[in-house]
Design a protein around this ligand. Structure first.
Ligand SMILES: Nc1nc2c(c(=O)[nH]1)N[C@H]1C(S)=C(S)[C@@H](COP(=O)(O)O)O[C@H]1N2
Ligand SMILES: [Mo]
Length: 318
């Protein structure tokens, strides 16, 4: 076969998952097959930085952004994919993946409305074509005191916001998940919850460089149980802020309510910033347990991302 040419976009093998390495190689070979060696030598289209026009499947794994490193091993992919909070399907984490069968995540539309110059509806393919995909390794901390560390694929929410051009009066973004009881047994069984799931961020939080809209995980498109085809990831906040399977984003002047604050206001607030000093009414937040390994670690303020976000919350002592 061909000589091994080191390229900037190849994942350093020492830190990649075996699957990521495999997929990267496969994609590389596919590109050669499609384009021929001559084209590969000089053609821009061979660079994953410019994949406009390719199908979303052709864009994984995305180039890893080396800025975001971890202080702990990545969680095993199988573990992450079978331990999910997604109440639209089940309250039992190990049952979610079993119950997502009828959930249709393609085609998928994402509507943008409210205080923007360009309100519009995107097909998910279109959105993927317009946005620059990258991979980031993030810690992820649930309010229930479990945690994981995973490679997300997605794009900065700031890029998406620039695309739709918010008006200066926009101060918050409200996000809403799907409402399809025919596809989501939890939306039938747990009829007392105010479906569909909804969340919100301030514009400053949404524009923060950590905030991404994820379309993939572990080097491939999101499995349904992780919130396909588009979910929020805000790694300095408790997991419930990271709303899955988004169908609507609305730019607003007033602070939008969020699902868990509405359901249990004494347990969950709007901000939901990870803080080891602030216990949940029924358990401590001082430590967390990594899923898969069971490793117990001290909880970090802002989940270890204080340097990026502490300035957003001048009322919280660092
Ligand atoms: N639509 C929707 N989004 C959701 C939830 C949910 O029940 N419904 N659960 C949240 C909670 S509590 C957590 S911890 C994360 C879990 O994400 P994961 O299953 O991908 O690890 O999703 C969040 N997003
Ligand atoms: Mo959570």
């Amino acid at each position: 076969m061909l000589i091994k040419v080191p390229r900037g976009w190849e994942i350093p093998e020492r830190e990649a998952t075996p699957e990521a390495i495999f997929l990267e190689r496969r994609r590389f070979l596919k590109a050669m097959g499609l384009l021929g060696l001559g084209a590969l030598a000089g053609c821009r289209a061979a660079s994953p930085a410019d994949t406009r026009g390719l199908k979303p499947e052709g864009r994984y794994p995305a180039r890893r952004n080396p800025k975001f490193t971890l202080d702990r091993p990545l969680t095993d992919e199988e573990i992450a994919a079978s331990y999910n909070n997604f109440y639209e399907f089940s309250m039992e984490k190990d049952q979610v993946r079993r119950l997502v069968g009828r959930f249709k995540v393609y085609p998928w539309q994402v509507k943008v409305k409210g205080l923007v110059k360009k309100p519009r509806t995107f097909e998910i393919d279109e959105l993927l074509r317009l946005m620059p995909l990258e991979e980031r390794l993030y810690r992820f901390r649930c309010v229930e005191a479990w945690a994981m560390a995973v490679p997300w694929t997605g794009f900065p929410m700031s890029e998406f916001i620039k695309l739709v051009e918010p008006l200066s009066s926009a101060r918050y973004i409200r996000m809403v998940s799907f409402d399809r009881p025919e596809e989501a047994p939890g939306q039938v069984e747990y009829h007392w919850y105010p479906w569909p799931y909804y969340e919100g961020l301030t514009m400053e939080e949404a524009m923060n460089e950590l905030t991404i809209l994820a379309t993939g995980i572990y080097g491939h498109p999101l499995p349904k149980q992780h919130g396909a085809p588009l979910r929020l990831v805000v790694p300095w906040k408790y997991g419930f802020k990271s709303i899955k399977s988004i169908v609507l984003l609305e730019f607003t002047e007033k602070r939008p309510p969020n699902f868990w604050n509405t359901v249990a206001p004494h347990e969950y607030d709007f901000w939901a910033n990870v803080d080891p000093r602030v216990p949940h009414p029924r358990w401590s937040q001082a430590v967390e347990r990594m899923i898969g390994t069971g490793e117990v670690r001290r909880t970090l303020l802002y989940n270890g991302y204080a340097q990026y976000v502490a300035r957003l919350y001048p009322w919280i002592k660092v």
